[in-house]
Design a protein around this ligand. Structure first.
Ligand code: B12
Ligand SMILES: Nc1nc2c(ncn2[C@@H]2O[C@H](COP(=O)(O)OP(=O)(O)OP(=O)(O)O)[C@@H](O)[C@H]2O)c(=O)[nH]1
Ligand SMILES: [Mg+2]
Length: 392
């Protein structure tokens, strides 16, 4: 089946998909996710076993066109209603909710669910092409400026408008100017552990700044042929599921700089809101020549500090020489120090940084391990750099 081609410049439909709490049936939604991305949609997938609060928070912050739930555990009538009710309670009742669950959701159940606010159910046997065509036809509305939106919803819409290139700055009038908005760019090769590390840093922030808020902008690549994307950083972050975290996934939409063209505006929007003490911006997995945050640019540096993450499999000393960002990074992290190659890697990277003569520190971490002492040391250095609150 040929995937539908979409020009990268048009704003793709964004959908949040998830499997409800106490349900591990994720194979259906995984099929649907791939198909949606093949049809040019941007999919933010939350995984299985998702509580209502996580789904609704994500729908609002990601400013999606629609929420799609895949439910096989038999609790659909109650669960879909709770999602719809909570969206409405938080001023986001205009985000439609639909779903599927094969034979476990009957036509009679659907009628009850529709009365409670669910848009529609895709029943067993519905061809995938029909599902895709209907979603594109029924849910692809243009998301417009809306002065009535408040809080995270207003921030999220401002970022959406920036993605559409309208340059709208959003919640200027409501800016509280509490947080200092220290912006840290996080870059490194694909799979080095950027998202895992950001999640662990988030857990330290939430513990050490009990009243503060943190924002995360996570860039992921769009598919070059279809324009679709599975924006997978959100699902790999556990601590980011907290009301004190504002998390937004951004697809690169054809840009090849390592970040979305809307990222600079999104950073401005978050900074300007005054809501956040710390703003972490993850680039897509990058190569030897990239400079996503403009460290070497004559124009403007996008971030206050840059954290470069490497895993031990970077090649050898020669490859290290070629990574330009090792000259510009404020903090350099060797992650996956649980790997046997880490010992040699640490020595090679230390030598590379010493040759720079800029006093750059190398931090060894195992981001996949909770409470890793290396991540603690890294967080303390980051907090010091950004003058963040550090309660014991
Ligand atoms: C595969 C499967 C499993 C796999 C799951 C693998 C995985 N990672 O997902 C395994 C074997 C692990 C499993 C385990 C269990 N399962 Co099971 N499982 C199934 C099975 C056979 C197929 C479900 C499926 O993936 N279908 C494929 C999808 C693509 O097709 P579809 O379901 O027809 O969906 C269509 C639409 O609804 C739509 N759709 C679906 N979701 C979405 C979402 C969106 C956003 C959209 C747009 C569309 C859409 O897409 C399809 C298009 O035609 C069903 C039986 C059945 N035939 O439905 C039982 C079934 C769902 N399982 C069942 C049960 C009881 C269990 C277990 C509790 C068994 C046990 N005692 O251990 C465990 C629970 C596991 C858990 N942790 O939750 C029951 C549920 C009964 C109920 N709710 O009343 C069923 C119905 C089997 C039965 N008849 O008893 N299961
Ligand atoms: N062994 C080990 N695995 C890790 C560590 N940190 C992360 N991982 C694993 O490495 C894989 C990639 O981690 P991510 O955090 O998604 O990496 P990423 O750099 O964000 O990846 P992209 O966003 O796709 O570029 C995941 O399977 C993690 O669980 C670590 O310290 N040790
Ligand atoms: Mg990532």
């Amino acid at each position: 089946m040929a995937a539908a081609k979409k020009p990268l410049s048009s704003a793709p439909l964004r959908i949040l998909t998830a499997v409800p709490i106490c349900d591990g049936h994720d194979s259906a939604v995984s099929t649907i996710n791939l198909e949606l991305a093949r049809h040019g949609l941007e999919v933010i997938y939350l995984g299985y076993h998702c509580p209502v609060s996580t789904i609704v928070r994500a729908a609002i912050q990601e400013d999606v066109h629609v929420v799609g739930l895949s439910s096989y555990n038999g609790g659909h009538i109650v669960f879909f209603k709770e999602v719809v009710d909570r969206l409405r309670a938080l001023g986001a009742g205009d985000i439609p909710v639909f779903g599927g669950g094969g034979g476990t959701i009957t036509k009679a159940d659907e009628r009850v669910m529709q009365r409670q606010g669910t848009d529609r159910i895709f029943h067993a046997g519905t061809p995938l092409n029909d599902i895709m065509a209907l979603i594109q036809r029924e849910y692809g509305r243009v998301l417009k400026p809306n002065a009535k939106l408040r809080g995270d919803r207003a921030l999220a819409r401002a970022i959406t408008l920036a993605e559409q290139g309208s340059g709208h700055r959003g919640s200027r009038a409501t800016a509280k100017r509490r947080g200092s908005g220290f912006v840290v760019g996080v870059a490194g090769p694909g799979g080095a552990g950027k998202s895992t590390l950001i999640d662990e840093l988030t857990s330290r922030f939430l513990r050490k700044s009990p009243a503060g808020r943190i924002a995360i902008l996570a860039n992921d690549p769009s598919h070059p042929d279809t324009g679709g994307a599975i924006l997978g950083d959100r699902v790999s972050m556990i601590y980011a599921q907290d009301d004190r975290v504002f998390f937004r996934s951004l697809a690169t939409r054809g840009g090849l700089t390592g970040i979305s063209a809307a990222t600079p505006a999104a950073i401005e929007i978050l900074k300007h809101s005054g809501e956040f003490d710390l703003i972490l911006v993850e680039s897509v997995g990058i190569g030897q020549e990239s400079d996503p945050f403009g460290l070497f640019s004559k124009k403007r540096r996008l971030v206050d500090a840059m954290l470069f993450v490497l895993a031990p499999h970077y090649g050898g000393r020669l490859q290290l020489q070629k990574i330009g960002l090792l000259n510009g990074a404020d903090l350099v992290v060797l992650n996956k120090c649980d790997h046997t190659m880490a010992h040699t890697a640490r020595a090679e990277i230390t030598a590379r940084l010493e040759a720079n003569g800029k006093g750059q520190r190398l931090f060894g971490t195992v981001a996949a391990k909770h409470h890793d002492p290396g991540v603690n040391t890294l967080y303390d250095a980051l907090a010091q750099l950004g003058s963040l609150e550090v309660s014991p």
